[in-house]
Design a binder for this molecule. Structure first.
Ligand SMILES: *Cc1c(COP(=O)(O)O)cnc(C)c1O
Length: 459
């Protein structure tokens, strides 16, 4: 499979470049030049596979000759053996909809599903090329933990994770800071998540520094994460037996990565009716999809920190899909967003978007109310992010089988859960030990030079 950049489709890339670079040199995102499509008979063949076997089938066409079928098979088995469920995910009925639990990995959020695979892809690549890299990543909690767990103890890679000091929950922090591996470095920045992200961006932009430390990233625009996430859309579709009815997915959304993975599954043949892009009060995507105005506003802190975004990076892939062949138009749109903070989607494009996507938005009280209602009616505790996905089906009118993606375990957000239902959300017993472990992290000022020096000393 060949890939192109969303901003200029004249050059082709192989999966290896796409995976290692993350972002194209022209600032665009990588996207396949063309896609294969599963027909009805192909779907029947995929239907009864175990999760790992299904993942092997779905992922192989995307990676080409990056590794052999046999190596991929071993890596997928290894990646998914660390989950607490044999089939990685778990589907439960909650009232009139299904809830797909994606949080049974080592750090209790859906990001583990893709990140465990990425960690093993890195190891494979670095061993075969005999290279060494330093991964630097900013986190509002979940990405950093998933990335650390995926990279810890691996040869030839260090990982530096910047989180905003005192602004993530203690459980989120402890999942990152209690490991004993020598290649993991946690930095608590005296600032907010945007500061962390700006520091990482500035380090990438400083080409001399980035080259010197062989810097690499694992953020949500990495295409390898998207393909790994497509698998559970297929898997959960096959678990719904009544395939005569249309299937809809509601996806708690921040950077548009997870829901784009679902859309990719649809493009290669999964019969999905609609995806609901479910946002919190930082609702740029809801405004874009419901009204056609994609305009940047300030971010407010919410009880769903992993969805507190100002722009949704992966939305660029959808713009390219719907608007472009050459990358020219996407390039223009992205330039406008950067300069004017705004993109008005014309009606023809918006109609196209609405064939596949609807959207909804929830404020803080609605999130707490949803957690409370689901608990009182069904005795199930949803984490705040998953609650936004669950409640979305009450805000739009859709027939058929409805699947909610549950993206995090409630124990990661104990304060919100306590506020909603006065219950203490407990960690799974396999992970309870992290609460008493010694933590290891350095608190550093929001200062680019100081952070760079700190990293340089440790690479
Ligand atoms: C990252 C995250 C999201 C948002 O996913 P995107 O791919 O950025 O849209 C939602 N919920 C949780 C718990 C997350 O960690």
């Amino acid at each position: 499979m060949d890939y192109v950049s969303t901003r200029n489709s004249s050059n082709s890339f192989k999966f290896k470049d796409v995976f290692i670079k993350g972002l194209a040199d022209d600032g665009g995102l990588f996207i396949p030049k063309s896609l294969h499509k599963y027909e009805y008979d192909d779907l029947l063949e995929l239907k009864n596979l175990e999760y790992s076997e299904l993942a092997k089938k779905i992922i192989k066409p995307f990676i080409g000759d990056f590794m052999s079928k046999n190596d991929l098979s071993k890596i997928i088995d290894k990646s998914y053996s660390v989950f607490r469920k044999k089939n990685v995910v778990n589907l439960i009925e909650v009232g009139d909809r299904s809830v797909l639990e994606l949080f049974h990995g080592p750090t209790l959020a859906f990001k583990d599903v893709a990140m465990q695979l990425l960690g093993n892809f890195y190891e494979y690549y670095l061993n075969s090329e005999n290279e060494k890299i330093n991964i630097v990543v900013a986190t509002s909690g979940d990405t950093g933990a998933a990335a650390i767990d995926a990279i810890k103890g691996k040869n030839n890679a260090n990982i530096f994770v910047l989180h905003p000091n005192n602004r993530i929950s203690p459980v989120q922090r402890k999942l990152m800071t209690t490991g004993k591996e020598k290649n993991v470095f946690n930095i608590a920045v005296k600032g907010n998540f945007d500061d962390c992200q700006n520091l990482v961006k500035a380090m990438f932009a400083d080409k001399t520094f980035a080259k010197e430390i062989k810097m690499s990233g694992v953020n949500s625009i990495n295409w390898a994460r998207i393909i790994a996430q497509s698998v559970y859309y297929f898997y959960s579709y096959f678990l719904i037996n009544d395939n005569e009815k249309p299937v809809n997915f509601s996806v708690p959304t921040g950077n548009f990565g997870d829901v784009y993975a679902g859309y990719l599954a649809k493009k290669i043949g999964l019969p999905v009716n609609k995806f609901i892009v479910a946002t919190n009060q930082n609702d740029i995507l809801h405004r874009a999809i419901s009204k056609g105005t994609y305009d940047i506003e300030n971010v407010s802190e919410t009880i769903t920190p992993s969805m507190d975004i100002q722009i949704a990076s992966n939305f660029e892939r959808l713009i390219y899909d719907l608007k472009d062949q050459s990358g020219k138009k996407t390039n223009e749109v992205m330039k406008n967003i950067k300069e004017k903070g705004k993109y008005i989607i014309d009606n023809k494009i918006l109609d196209k978007i609405n064939i596949d996507f609807l959207s909804s938005r929830m404020d803080e009280n609605e999130v707490l109310e949803t957690i409370k209602n689901v608990y009182e009616n069904f005795n199930i505790v949803l984490d705040p992010h998953s609650a936004i996905g669950y409640g979305a089906f009450d805000k739009v009118n859709l027939n058929g089988s409805n699947i909610v993606l549950a993206t995090a375990h409630p124990c990661k957000f104990p304060n919100a859960i306590e506020k909603a239902i006065n219950v203490k959300a407990k960690l799974p017993k396999e992970l309870a030990f992290v609460l008493d472990e010694k933590e290891n992290y350095d608190i550093i000022e929001n200062n680019l030079d100081k952070i760079k020096q700190h990293i340089k000393k440790r690479v």
